[in-house]
Design a protein around this ligand. Structure first.
Ligand SMILES: NC(=O)c1ccc[n+]([C@@H]2O[C@H](COP(=O)([O-])OP(=O)(O)OC[C@H]3O[C@@H](n4cnc5c(N)ncnc54)[C@H](O)[C@@H]3O)[C@@H](O)[C@H]2O)c1
Ligand SMILES: CC(C)[C@H](C(=O)O)[C@@H](O)C(=O)O
Ligand SMILES: [Mg+2]
Length: 354
């Protein structure tokens, strides 16, 4: 198959993990006889430096005309004091909105060999395997007004959702649960927020269409606690944008590192974007020590969700598992035994395992 992929390496460790990921993609192309044509584009801090725009029009156009988009990460201290329209993160929000990527799937899978990399007890973390389905184009991130008032004495951010926006992500949550272990946890703050009350109503209304799925409602604060005390009680979690952002970083602790969490951002019909759940990790950038596995597993998600290449996706996932089983890891995974590898050596090891 021939596919056109837009690659957006971004900032910080973005280019390093992207290079690692593309080595693996190359190996998939040669092994399975596919042609992946790569075009590159600017986003985030680099785009601000070169085009004075965190998401140049050209990048969005290229993304819309591609078969899928791969993104490294954006952001870094260099741009932290920029005015908000010139922050790298704005580029990320704009491409999510521009492609209508409403559904962000973040699988969290604990590997047996990495149990001791988690600060949590092995008997609590063991067997963790859940999916966070996060709404990605609404809520506080996009609500208007979002501004300072009263001579800088008041600030307003708006949490706004349409019924339609909530329904489509909730349905995605149910469908995802149907494809997994048929248990859906809907996370909200319905004891306080009007948006959450409507969210809960929609979940209740939808559940009749998914009779094989068991549904529970959990308040977000309690969910944060349960995620690290009883992680194996979860299968699929569906939640709004900011709750999903926070819970997914928390859930990464189950895997031993944020560097293990891939993600897929999907539209109703259209191009998907694949990126690690982590950021640009400026503290370890340019040292060839970042963990490339979240990026590599995001590429597997691209193969599965955008190209229906299930065997190819499986080949990557199995290779990652094999390399971990052999005791290889990157420095972020604080395991007691095994061999520590650089970013590029880890990629090479995974390539060899395919
Ligand atoms: N999708 C994205 O592009 C994205 C996501 C989150 C944060 N950010 C941005 O990234 C910048 C840094 O944010 P932050 O420090 O809060 O979060 P971060 O995710 O970049 O880093 C948090 C911690 O995890 C470590 N880490 C993250 N990914 C790693 C990897 N692959 N391998 C090894 N260690 C890894 C970092 O070294 C750091 O100690 C900010 O500008 C933020 O806005 C971007
Ligand atoms: C960088 C930031 C805007 C982004 C988010 O909050 O969505 C990040 O934290 C993520 O999880 O992808
Ligand atoms: Mg985040």
């Amino acid at each position: 198959m021939d596919k056109n992929i837009l690659v957006l390496p971004g900032d910080g460790i973005g280019p390093e993990i992207m290079e690692a990921g593309l080595l693996v993609l190359d190996k998939i192309a040669s092994t399975f006889n596919h042609q992946f044509t790569i075009d590159k584009g600017l986003i985030g801090g680099h785009a601000i430096d070169e085009e004075n725009d965190p998401l140049p029009n050209e990048t969005l156009l290229k993304a819309k005309n591609s078969d899928a988009v791969l993104l490294g990460a954006v952001g870094g201290p260099k741009w932290d004091n920029n005015p908000s329209h010139l922050r790298p993160e704005r580029g990320l929000l704009a491409i999510r909105k521009g492609l209508d990527l409403y559904a962000n799937l973040r699988p969290v899978k604990g590997f047996k060999q990495l149990l001791d990399a988690s600060p949590l007890k092995p008997d609590v973390v063991g067997g963790s395997d859940l999916l966070i389905v996060r709404e990605l184009t609404g809520g506080l991130y996009f609500g208007r007004p979002s501004e300072r008032r009263d001579n800088d004495q008041t600030v307003v951010d708006t949490l706004s959702y349409t019924r339609k926006e909530m329904k489509r992500i909730i349905v995605k949550g149910f469908e995802s649960a149907q494809l997994r272990n048929k248990k859906l946890t809907s996370v909200d703050k319905a004891n306080v927020l009007e948006s959450s009350k409507m969210w809960r109503e929609i979940v209740e209304a939808e559940k009749v269409n998914f009779p094989d799925v068991t549904v529970e409602h959990v308040l977000v604060d309690a969910c944060a606690m349960k995620l690290i005390t009883a992680p194996t009680s979860f299968d699929v979690i569906v939640t709004e944008n900011m709750f999903g952002d926070i819970l997914s970083d928390e859930a990464s602790v189950l895997t031993g590192s944020l560097g293990m969490l891939p993600s897929a951002s999907l539209a109703e019909n259209g191009v998907g974007l694949y990126e690690p759940a982590h950021g640009s990790a400026p503290d370890i950038a340019n040292q060839n020590i970042a963990n490339p596995m979240a990026m590599i597993l995001s590429i597997a998600m691209m193969l599965r969700y955008s190209f229906a290449m299930n065997d190819e996706a499986h080949a990557i996932e199995t290779a990652v598992e094999k390399v971990i089983d052999q005791g290889y890891h990157t420095g972020d995974l604080k395991v007691k035994h095994g061999t520590k590898l650089s970013t590029s050596d880890m990629a090479e090891m995974i390539v060899q395992a395919i």
